[in-house]
Design a protein around this ligand. Structure first.
Ligand code: NAD
Length: 357
């Protein structure tokens, strides 16, 4: 049954974009009925801009609102786990920003809490809904691309002292990691979305760009389960910024746009091996319409999942895979060793990788 779901959004940095691009863009499906932020100015400006009357500075106040269906958590990463647990306990559905939590132990705790609950948790990975990556996925899933050979994933951004004025962004406790967890996470997710999981990796990490606790340079070599090889390169020290994914398949080479902050968005370069492959791609794309982009697409699918009891577009299991990858990366960087995935519950970093190096 379709009905309008009532949302409370907490954390009004990126949370403001959730309201505008995710919920207001789907105003027939959602009503943002309450907002919460410790910062009074953000609370007032967001409330005024979107006509939201209920404004709270204390997260607990949202839990007590009986009419709220969904709590959307957009606060710093270090706050996510306890907020998600509290929201599930209060019987709310949960949407939560990346990185979801900071260890496999934490995600297993959330999986257990969700299994005991009648409500669900959806991690945010809005760039999966971008048109370029959707097109590439459609071609790959149609079987046209053939055998995957190799991929590169570059997230070369620039961050200076002004960005790190927010203390949480500098620390293991606040950010749960550095450029791997907070910046490269989106494009890495697209790599795994298109190629499937890794079976082993070797990672190097360093803090070279800013005086922060967490890593700001990462170089990772992956052996993917599908047989392809992949390389990830991430930094916050690139004067010219870009996000770029290249994938070489037997019959097609894909190259994403290089706009830094719109991973997965068109234009993508799709290079066929010959005229026959080009014709098959044209035929596959003829009636293909990508979903609405980014937050609009992901929130729309979430509404469908809750109201029609269809599978969630992104799940805690997806987040677990991403945390498995992160655990392996930090352990590899600490020990200078190759790490096989998945990581087991008796792994030294199962409970977290804070202060990994
Ligand atoms: N999906 C994306 O593209 C994307 C982009 C940017 C940030 N993020 C993620 O969103 C989260 C927030 O990042 P940001 O850049 O908006 O941070 P931010 O520091 O700009 O905003 C966070 C807000 O949360 C508020 N806050 C902190 N603790 C709170 C609490 N206990 N109760 C209520 N309010 C609280 C702060 O006052 C602040 O206004 C992070 O997890 C970040 O990684 C995701």
């Amino acid at each position: 049954m379709t009905r309008k779901l009532k949302v409370a959004v907490t954390g009004l940095g990126i949370g403001r974009s959730h309201i505008e691009d995710g919920f207001h863009a789907n105003s027939e499906l959602f009503e943002v009925a309450a907002i919460c932020d410790r910062n009074k100015e953000r609370l007032q400006s967001t409330g005024d801009a979107f006509g939201i009357e209920r404004r709270e500075q204390d997260f607990e106040a949202l839990l007590a609102m009986d009419d709220i269906d969904i709590i959307d958590i957009c606060t710093p990463p270090g706050t996510h786990r306890d907020m998600i647990l509290a929201a599930l306990k209060a019987g709310k559905h949960v949407i939560c920003e990346k990185p979801l939590v900071g260890s496999l132990a934490d995600i297993d705790m959330l999986l257990e809490a969700e299994s005991r609950s009648t409500t669900h948790v959806m991690p945010i990975m809005q760039y999966r809904y971008n048109d370029g990556v959707q097109k590439a996925k459609h071609i790959i899933d149609s079987g046209i691309a053939g055998k995957p050979y190799i991929a590169t994933c570059e997230v070369h951004w620039h961050r200076d002292a002004a960005y790190y004025e927010r203390e949480w962004r500098r620390t293991w406790e606040g950010a749960l990691g550095g450029t791997l967890m907070n910046h490269a996470i989106h494009l890495n997710d697209l790599l795994f979305y298109l190629l499937g999981p890794a079976r082993s990796l070797f990672a190097r990490m360093a803090t070279r760009v800013n005086p922060i606790e967490v890593e700001d340079c990462a170089s990772i070599s992956l052996d993917m389960k599908c047989g392809a090889l992949a390389t990830i390169s991430a930094t916050t020290g690139s004067i010219e910024q870009l996000s770029r994914l290249r994938l070489c398949f037997e019959n097609v080479t894909f190259e994403s746009d290089r706009t830094p902050y719109n991973p997965g968005g068109e234009p993508w370069k799709v290079v066929p091996a010959n005229d026959d492959i080009a014709a098959r791609i044209d035929a596959a794309l003829k009636n293909f319409t990508p979903p609405p982009a980014r937050f609009a697409g992901q929130m729309r699918e979430f509404h469908k999942a809750i109201c029609n009891k269809t599978p969630l577009p992104l799940t805690l299991a997806d987040a677990r895979q991403s945390l498995d990858f992160a655990t392996a990366c930090y352990w590899s960087a600490k020990t200078y060793s190759a790490v096989a995935l998945p990581v087991m519950a008796d792994h030294p970093f199962y409970n977290g990788w804070q202060n990994a190096f």
